[in-house]
Ligand binder design. Structure first.
Ligand code: FES
Ligand code: FES
Length: 165
């Protein structure tokens, strides 16, 4: 099939790659750029495992064509922490045991990275917090510890202490 050259900015790096018009962003990230932290499960927009940030907004990368992302800024879980350590969300998921098998975790991390950058007080809006949690699927944890991790990360990002620590 005929390919098209696109330029993508991924985690701050510029990539010129040839893609087919039908290639999804998820496939391009995983297969062409070897960024396999973005997981694929349902491949039709239901589970959120493939969530990445495009121009700062959380998107399901299985539903987006790579050609639609030309020139746009993409952030994957590999680019979440910028100093070689853990992003506060990653540290909070570890501290609160917010993962079991871990398959859904990159998607949840990127979902809440985008949500908390857009609204640092998200954890104070119960309805939006629940809606955001419900938008991705986890088959293991029961969501309680994921929720606790998000609350901890939100406080950490605002420079607030975690109660009891
Ligand atoms: S793999 Fe994209 S939403 Fe499930
Ligand atoms: S930790 Fe296993 S699917 Fe979420």
């Amino acid at each position: 099939m005929k390919t098209t050259e696109v330029t993508l900015w991924v985690n701050g790096d510029r990539h010129h790659i040839d893609v087919e018009p039908r290639d999804s962003l998820a496939d391009t990230l995983r297969d062409d750029l070897a960024l396999t932290g973005t997981n694929l499960a349902c491949e039709h927009g239901v589970c959120g495992s493939c969530t990445v940030l495009v121009d700062g907004r959380a998107v399901r990368s299985c539903l987006l064509l790579t050609v639609q992302c030309a020139g746009r800024s993409i952030r994957t879980v590999e680019g979440l922490a910028d100093d070689g350590g853990l992003h506060p969300l990653q540290a909070a998921f570890a501290a609160e045991h917010g993962l079991q098998c871990g398959f859904c975790t990159p998607g949840f991390l990127m979902l809440f990275a985008g949500a908390l950058e857009e609204d640092p007080m998200l954890d104070h809006d119960e309805r939006r917090l629940e809606e955001t949690l419900a938008s991705n699927l986890c088959r293991c944890t029961g969501y309680v510890n994921i929720r606790r991790a998000v609350l901890r990360a939100a406080r950490e990002l605002r420079g607030e202490a975690t109660p009891g620590e």
